[in-house]
Design a binder for this molecule. Structure first.
Ligand SMILES: C[S@@+](CC[C@H](N)C(=O)[O-])C[C@H]1O[C@@H](n2cnc3c(N)ncnc32)[C@H](O)[C@@H]1O
Length: 234
């Protein structure tokens, strides 16, 4: 497995079909955007998005926050950045897009320079051994009092409950077969099977945050495998 898990058809227009079957997809995006908007203040200048993808989360956030805030959006996949550029043309003065691996990008930033970080469905894709370094960089670049909003696939620690969530998700993916896209169901199932191997759990997230001087994450939303959390840099 590598860090370029969207360099295939999962990163194309087929993503729209996938979105259409995940009944709570918009709830996750809206919760990330609403939570980010709640923690943005008049003093917030620069916030950063980990893994902009095609700019869906970026657009949702931009629509909810004031135009005094600049967003730095980073993604390591050129195809995704190209789509984000197109989606965000009306907001080009408020967003800077960078094609780079996120930890490598964060390393270019000074300590205590960012007012907040948000992310949607990215961190679970990053290999466990690289998450330690990523969270160290997150903690380093965030100012004291800055926010961290993460909407992601974060597994509950109870294995039975997690299996129920996983099985529920497989039922959702079965809808792709009903739509005549069994190929897509197979591709997403493979992605989800791989996610199980590098499972990002609630306890792992909590430990990485606390090690890097962040508060305990508050859960804002959960449906099956996906949840939205908010934490603050102490
Ligand atoms: C599922 S998409 C989500 C994007 C967006 N938040 C959305 O909901 O549409 C995940 C994105 O994270 C990016 N990504 C994964 N690992 C990354 C890394 N290590 N550095 C930068 N981007 C990464 C992928 O290229 C992909 O575009």
């Amino acid at each position: 497995m590598n860090n370029k898990r969207f360099n295939n058809s999962l990163g194309t227009s087929d993503y729209d079909i996938f979105k259409s079957v995940v009944y709570y997809y918009d709830d996750v995006q809206n919760n990330i955007a609403e939570e980010t908007a709640k923690v943005v203040t008049d003093e917030t200048k620069t916030i950063l998005e980990i893994g902009s993808g095609s700019g869906i989360t970026t657009l949702a956030v931009l629509k909810k926050i004031g135009d005094h805030v600049k967003i730095i959006a980073v993604d390591n996949e050129p195809k995704m950045i190209a789509q984000a550029k197109e989606r965000l043309t009306d907001y080009k003065n408020r967003v800077e897009l960078f094609t780079q691996e996120i930890t490598a990008y964060l390393k270019t930033l000074p300590d205590n320079s960012i007012d907040g970080i948000y992310s949607g469905w990215v961190i679970h894709n990053i290999a466990p051994e690289q998450r330690t370094e990523l969270f160290a960089e997150i903690g380093r670049v965030l100012k004291s009092g800055a926010f961290f909003v993460n909407g992601d696939k974060v597994a509950v620690d109870d294995e039975v409950e997690h299996k129920n969530h996983y099985d529920g998700y497989m039922k959702i993916l079965a809808k792709l077969t009903e739509l005549g896209r069994d190929d897509l169901r197979k591709e997403w199932t493979k992605h989800y099977e791989e996610d199980e191997i590098i499972k990002f759990t609630e306890s792992e997230q909590q430990e990485l945050l606390s090690k890097n001087l962040m508060t305990e994450p508050k859960i804002i939303f959960r449906e099956l495998l996906d949840a939205v959390y908010v934490a603050t840099k102490k």
